[in-house]
Design a protein around this ligand. Structure first.
Ligand code: GAP
Length: 470
């Protein structure tokens, strides 16, 4: 159960996100669209910085990884082969009285949670979920009536059509995960590179899911950025357990080090036999302690050779790998780390939020901050100060994201930057005109340093480099 304190933390983040331009409700002037958000001027920077961190750490800096950017709309057979058309579905139930539609597993879990009890719904069939709802007379959380439709499976793939002539229209899907793009390009990647096993392919991109239940802020949305890796290996040579453990370590280090998230708010949870997909030998989720409980942040699954086998079968193209040394031909096995960047962003904002008296600080890792520095003239009505400050602002802007502020007193300007996580504030005062130096104030220690103007860029850049480039 969420505590009052944690619920209000979520409210504070949602309010800060809107007020300062991180995240807005989608299409708000038309009354909004459920489970959709826009990323504002600061949100787009924070999200991009997290994506860059992911890309640098997992693709660019590893010699066993390459990247890919596949299409959002793939051949519809891809989704038949992957099993998404038949099985990518949530069990849903509708209240006959007020028409509220809910995921049956969420309805049951929330009902038992509200009574302080726990129930396992993992791997349960629609019929089993329906029985649990009936036997426990679970009421609708909106109208309190107990009058539900049967539990039905509802596919999460968004459908659309290609072509303008109706007869020639063909049904296609918006991708429900980036992973399948990697599998269908596997042969082209092999043929166009000199990669040998083990190696991985990473992809970042938008995916779409027809999520019906109301999400928590940007935790569960209709569209989101996924970061996925398919790590291919030879099961006769590489020990999958060791590879699995090494990916667990990489993911943990990324969360705690690159994103600076507190380790006590993270935990691994292994999927039970019922919950795991039938083709997976082991699946674990890294969970973060969100205000609404520990929830999945990052999935890690050993998917065996299932996907490449399926695409071999459905396409008729052999997706085997030919070992250059032994001459053996086989379908590689795969370990898949998969994460939602938007979920990482929600976590980073929640985890870095601090209140110190009347000061609110987003203690973001400096490299992730939307602005690396803010430049202020001490007084806006003194042209000599404004001119020097503008020069510094323009020079810094060539190398990093920088904010400009000349309104209000300096204390207020500091607080406004603290709230959005800007690591350094640079003030040009009258001494600056004489001594060619500025005051640099640190967000976390609030200490002030005098720094020569010509050394300013190096001073800031050294401290705010992305972690993955240190
Ligand atoms: N290829 C495997 C796969 O897609 P998943 O558990 O469905 O696995 C992976 O999704 C990750 O994507 C999740 O751990 C979560 O971070 C993110 N994710 C899934 N659904 C999401 C949604 N509706 N909104 C935001 N992020 C989502």
């Amino acid at each position: 159960m969420a505590t009052t304190e944690s619920v209000s933390l979520m409210d504070k983040i949602v309010s800060l996100a809107k007020r300062r331009g991180f995240v807005f409700p989608s299409s708000e002037i038309y009354g909004g669209l459920a489970n959709s958000y826009e990323y504002g001027p600061l949100g787009v920077e924070l999200k991009k910085n997290i994506q860059d961190e992911w890309w640098n750490a997992f693709v660019r800096q590893r010699s066993d990884m390459v990247g890919l950017d596949s299409s959002i709309i793939l051949h519809p057979k891809v989704w038949e082969a992957s099993g998404h058309v038949a099985g990518f579905a949530d069990a849903m139930v509708d209240c006959k009285n007020c028409k509220t539609r809910m995921r049956a597993d969420h309805l049951i879990e929330e009902y038992f949670e509200s009574k302080g009890e726990k129930v396992s719904v993992e791997g349960k069939s629609p019929a089993e979920l329906e029985r649990l709802i009936k036997d426990n007379k679970i009421p609708c959380p909106v109208c309190s009536k107990h009058d539900w439709t049967p539990v039905r499976k509802f596919n999460l793939l968004f459908e659309t059509n290609i072509g303008i002539v109706p007869e020639a229209q063909s049904k296609v899907y918006l991708r429900g995960e980036t992973a399948q793009g990697i599998f269908v390009s596997f042969k082209n990647i092999l043929d166009s590179t000199r990669l040998s096993l083990p190696f991985g392919v990473g992809q970042l991109g938008k995916v779409f899911r027809n999520e019906i239940t109301k999400g928590n802020f940007i935790f569960r949305t209709l569209e989101f950025e996924q970061g996925e890796i398919e790590y291919f290996f030879d099961p006769a040579v590489d020990d999958w357990q060791k590879l699995f453990e090494s990916w667990k370590k990489n993911i943990w280090e990324f969360a705690t080090n690159n994103l600076n998230v507190r380790a006590e708010n993270l935990r691994w949870r292994e999927h039970s036999d019922e919950e795991r997909s039938f083709y997976s030998k082991r699946t674990e989720d890294l969970e973060y302690k969100f205000p609404f409980g520990f929830k999945e942040l990052w999935g890690l699954a050993y998917r065996t050779d299932y996907d490449l086998q399926q695409h071999t079968k459905y396409s008729g193209i052999d997706l085997s790998y030919l070992d250059p040394v032994s001459g053996r031909k086989f379908i590689p096995h795969v370990i898949e780390p998969s994460v939602g960047i938007n979920r990482l962003m929600a976590m980073v904002m929640l985890d870095s939020y601090r209140e110190e008296g009347d000061r609110v600080v987003l203690q973001l890792k400096p490299g992730l901050a939307p602005y690396k520095a803010a430049v202020f003239p001490l007084l806006a009505n003194k042209p000599q100060l404004v001119e020097v400050a503008q020069g510094i602002y323009r020079d810094l802007k060539k190398e990093m994201t920088v904010a400009w502020d000349d309104r209000g007193n300096i204390g207020k300007r500091y607080y406004a930057q603290d709230e959005i996580g800007t690591p350094y504030c640079v003030t040009v005062d009258f001494d600056s005109l004489e001594n060619k130096d500025v005051t640099v104030r640190d967000r976390d220690t609030m200490k002030q340093d005098r720094v020569p103007i010509k050394e300013l860029s190096r001073y800031i850049k050294e401290a705010v480099r992305p972690n993955s480039l240190h």
